[in-house]
Design a protein around this ligand. Structure first.
Ligand code: 4HQ
Length: 265
């Protein structure tokens, strides 16, 4: 891209055919075609051992399940570091392993990653990767949530999509990401569109009033109420950026800043 911000995602995987997959559709697909972000896929199989390009082996100590070999993983990451044709920028790129043992992916981390020029992402398979390769080449371990998947490819895609949409030029309008849940620190207010009455259910009057100030206030209140009822933990985080008036307003509705929330109040 011409001097604009862009992120190169270097993906290390045993299933290169999964990419770009869903990242080629919709606004992500458009940004990808425009070069706002770049996917560079590295097949670990290319670095497998011997004539059969073996990438996995039984675990020392026994037990079921296979382990990704250190050699093919390290060689693939080395390839990702040096394959960066444009400016060698991947030389000190972070190397992220997607793994349930990692730190939980948050909007804060996503926004930090969106500042990087190059990010190397490792999608594991089997029981996981050889611990020595983890220690040698992985700089960060990240989990997309407390559940178990079969491979790291879907978590890699989740991370790429979350990061790419924070890169200027990916979303249509500059501000459309600002109101997002978590970007604002609160859950979103409800949304409505035509028809004004659908199957006997009307849209809240205030949204049809044309009074922009009242609409803004209503949305903020809805956002606060929804966060109070569904995710009161978010209200105590600095990103929520509550005014003292809002804190009082929430307390009147049962919020306890110590974490407790009395639903019956
Ligand atoms: N994996 N968040 C890859 C996950 C996972 C997650 C399970 C990662 C299998 C091989 N990754 N291994 N949750 O479930 O990131």
């Amino acid at each position: 891209m011409d001097g604009c911000t862009s992120v190169n995602f270097h993906i290390v995987t045993l299933f290169p055919g999964l990419f770009p997959g869903p990242l080629a559709e919709g606004v992500m697909g458009r940004a990808l075609r425009q070069g706002v972000f770049v996917l560079c896929v590295h097949n670990m199989r290319d670095h497998g051992a011997g004539p059969h390009h073996v990438v996995d082996d039984a675990a020392f100590g026994g037990g079921p399940g296979m382990v990704l070999k250190a050699g093919p993983l390290a060689a693939s990451v080395a390839e990702a570091r040096h394959a960066d044709g444009d400016d060698g920028g991947a030389a000190d790129a972070p190397v992220l392993l997607l793994d349930p043992q990692g730190a939980r992916l948050t909007q804060g981390l996503v926004d930090e990653l969106a500042q990087k020029q190059d990010i190397i992402l490792v999608a594991g398979r089997y029981e996981g990767i050889d611990e020595r390769a983890r220690e040698r080449v992985i700089t960060h371990e990240i989990s997309i949530g407390d559940y178990v998947l079969t491979g790291g490819e879907l978590p890699v895609m989740v991370l790429i999509e979350a990061v790419a949409r924070r890169v200027p030029g990916v979303l249509g309008s500059k501000d459309s990401g600002k109101a997002d849940s978590f970007a604002s620190g609160l859950l979103q207010h409800p949304h409505y569109t035509r028809p004004a009455v659908w199957e006997g259910e009307a849209v809240p009057d205030i949204l049809l009033s044309g009074d922009h100030a009242r609409v803004t206030q209503w949305r903020r209140e809805q956002s606060l109420l929804r966060t109070l009822r569904r995710r009161p933990d978010l209200l105590s985080q600095p990103q929520a950026a509550l005014s003292s008036a809002e804190r009082e307003w929430l307390k009147e509705r049962g919020w306890r800043p110590d974490g407790a929330y009395d639903r019956n109040e």
